[in-house]
Design a protein around this ligand. Structure first.
Ligand code: AMP
Length: 280
């Protein structure tokens, strides 16, 4: 497995044989089985697999956890090698954002709700760095997790609007035994917080079950999910959403089509997100 820090090395490796297909797996490192599931999927669908490890400063706002974001490069590289990755791109900030950098990519409508409402600068940073990674790696296929549901919708819009010549592949959320979605940020949780954090998936699952039983009133579903989350003393709700799965507009009435149940919950300073997509 090759580990490169520079864009020029990545380009050289990518184009050494132009007939090969490449799968790209962008990450911020501190890898877990969720990330590795993307690498494993990419491994089955491409001649070569490239992962990136880059904690992208432009997607963090002032006061968020950029400086404390967990890092473990040596372990990450071992895991990527074991998962069958061919190339890892580990750039310094200055390789991605050199002095004088002044361009930003913004996706405008679908970024205003949910995560975008709580983190107004987040998706601009994501769209900019992913655009750069797509241009640097020029993958055949790019792999992202359903865990970040709104991100997948933003990136679909980006790929369509900017005519990127690649396929986006969205992979299912990988969970711990109690249902908690795997996340690098789970490492921040105290023992008590960790024990209560399964409530996100529990609430989403109960919300899903209520809808599958025939509930059409979205407010009832949101109410049930909120009630369950509030039963955990350390949980502080940011949002609980029952939205149209394409536009992300909050629903009043649940109708057939794509529905996204999602939530963001604080445990202390740690902000966890999770979602369940439904096709009705
Ligand atoms: P991150 O390192 O948090 O930026 O995540 C990198 C990629 O891994 C993103 O596409 C995430 O959606 C995906 N990912 C993170 N956690 C999970 C998970 N539990 N299951 C599946 N994919 C995940």
């Amino acid at each position: 497995m090759d580990v490169f820090n520079s864009i020029s090395e990545i380009r050289q490796s990518r184009w050494a044989d132009p007939t090969l297909s490449w799968g790209l797996v962008p990450t911020m490192g501190y890898l877990h089985q969720g990330h590795l599931s993307l690498v494993q999927k990419a491994r089955t669908e491409n001649d070569r697999v490239m992962a990136t490890i880059f904690v992208n400063p432009t997607q963090f706002a002032e006061g968020e956890d950029l400086s404390s974001y967990p890092r473990s490069l040596k372990r990450d590289l071992d895991l990527l090698k074991e998962a069958g990755c061919d190339v890892v791109f580990v750039p310094q900030d200055s390789e991605i954002y050199p002095d004088g950098f002044q361009t930003a990519v913004s996706v405008n409508v679908i970024t205003k709700q949910l995560e975008g409402a709580s983190r107004p600068t987040h998706f601009g940073g994501v769209a900019t760095v992913v655009t750069k990674l797509f241009n640097i790696a020029q993958p055949t296929n790019a792999y992202f997790g359903q865990k970040d549901a709104q991100q997948t919708i933003v990136l679909k819009q980006l790929v369509e609007d900017l005519n990127f010549n690649l396929n986006l592949v969205i992979c299912p959320t990988v969970r711990e035994a109690d249902g908690l979605a795997m996340s690098s940020r789970n490492a921040y949780l105290s023992k008590d917080e960790r024990n209560q954090a399964h409530v996100l998936f529990q609430a989403l699952t109960e919300g899903k079950n209520l809808i599958l039983k025939g509930e059409k009133n979205a407010a009832e579903v949101r109410h049930l999910m909120k009630k369950l989350i509030e039963q955990q003393p350390l949980a502080k709700i940011d949002y609980v959403s029952v939205a149209n799965g394409r536009s992300l507009e909050e629903l009043e009435t649940i109708e057939d089509g794509e529905v996204l149940l999602s939530t963001a919950v604080y445990f202390g300073n740690t902000r966890l997100i999770d979602n369940i997509p439904l096709s009705l």
